[in-house]
Design a protein around this ligand. Structure first.
Ligand code: NAD
Length: 352
């Protein structure tokens, strides 16, 4: 039976396929723009410079200082460059860090954003921005934050290191798991979530063996688009709240923390959301928490918060912070059970 639902979807234009990044020039023109500032991290600077060269007159230059968690001082420097060069749009080439910088600039100027996504984090299809200033991470939403055009070109992900591919893929799967039990889910987001998880499950197993397998890279990027779309459409719960706390207050690495936690948060919610999680559980042998743990282990993913550098002494404070502001979760949350969950994720035990 289809139960009553409301659905709102984000607008956006998606171009997918091998070689699709070559279409960026016409896409800039299609938006009525002609002076793009290309954004990247320092690590991807050479790729950004090559892209700017290919764009010729349609690019005014490169700003290659994007950083994790979108620090406001970096955004301010980027905006100075944007205005000094007379740019009229941004092209973000990279993962969530670079895309976050473009979003932060658009929040302040409403400049059009084009994204060439090169990880599986999914930020390119969400109207969500997390910025940091003075050690505090603030999350905001808004229509001007959502990029106008997203290009997925699997060719650009062939060199994404295996460890990063695995963590980023599990980060994407986590969006879909939480989307399945979101209060504001609808039949389309549930289909997207299951298909996204399936695609990433099939792709990651191949990528760890053969990182340059073009078909697997395409499948992973397709899965990440679906999972990111779910993240951008419905509300998230315990898992994302815990990752936000661990990233914001304990400086834990983003994708890796998602990867280490998702088996445990999924197990925590397994009974309370049994029916809606069943299609995902079926993809991992029938039991969602243990199944995801086995899958992550088979990919040599980060398996514990301890291995990611969290001190056992921090678990009490993490539990306090995680229950400070109430939010909806399929299983009610109390400090004691969250503390136990964190202990299990810290030691990396296989959940039941
Ligand atoms: P990232 O963007 O920080 O990338 C990690 C590193 O990998 C960077 O040095 C990057 O340059 C490099 N890299 C990216 N693609 C590559 C490729 N194809 N080949 C080689 N190197 C490559 O990592 P991320 O996990 O994509 O993003 C994390 C950030 O995104 C966090 O700040 C997180 O909060 C944010 N995020 C936001 C949302 C949202 O909806 N607002 C969603 C997901 C993530």
């Amino acid at each position: 039976m289809v139960t009553a639902f409301e659905a709102s979807f984000n607008p956006g234009r998606i171009l997918f396929g091998s070689g699709a990044s070559a279409r960026i020039g016409p896409e800039i023109a299609r938006l009525g723009c002609s002076r793009a500032l290309v954004l990247s991290t320092a690590f991807q600077k050479a790729d950004a410079a090559a892209l700017a060269d290919r764009l010729g007159q349609a690019s005014v230059g490169v700003f290659a200082q994007a950083a994790m968690h979108t620090p406001v001082d970096v955004t301010e420097r980027a905006l100075e460059v944007y205005h000094a060069l007379g740019a009229d749009c941004v092209v973000a080439l990279g993962g969530g860090s670079t895309i976050g910088l473009g979003k932060a600039m658009a929040r302040r100027t409403d400049c059009p954003q084009l994204v060439i996504a090169t990880t599986y984090a999914g930020s390119e299809v969400t109207p969500i921005l997390g910025e940091t200033e003075n050690g505090l991470k603030t999350t905001m939403r808004g229509p001007q934050i959502l990029p106008e055009v997203v290009i997925y070109d699997p060719d650009l992900t062939l060199g994404l290191p295996v460890a990063m591919s695995v963590s980023s893929g599990l980060n994407a799967i986590a969006h879909a798991i939480e989307g399945l039990y979101a209060q504001d889910r609808n039949p389309v987001t549930s289909l997207q979530a299951v298909e996204g998880i399936r695609a990433l499950r099939d792709a990651l197993g191949v990528i760890v063996q053969t990182p340059t397998d073009a078909a697997a890279r395409g499948l992973a990027l397709y899965g990440s688009w679906l999972c990111g779309t779910v993240l951008g459409t419905v509300g998230m719960s315990l898992h994302h709240k815990l990752c936000h706390t661990l990233g914001g207050s304990f400086n834990m690495p983003h994708a890796e923390t998602h990867a280490a936690l998702i088996p445990h948060t999924a197990a925590f919610n397994a009974q309370a959301a049994a029916e809606v999680l069943q299609p995902a559980a079926d993809l991992f042998g029938g039991t969602i928490g243990a199944g995801l743990w086995d899958f992550a282990k088979s990919l040599a993913a980060p398996m514990s918060l301890r291995d990611l550098g969290l001190s056992e002494n921090d678990l009490d404070r993490a539990a306090d912070l995680a229950v400070k502001n109430p939010y909806w979760n399929p299983r009610p949350i109390d400090r004691e059970s969250i503390r136990a969950l964190l202990q299990q994720a810290w030691s990396g035990q296989r959940p039941l």
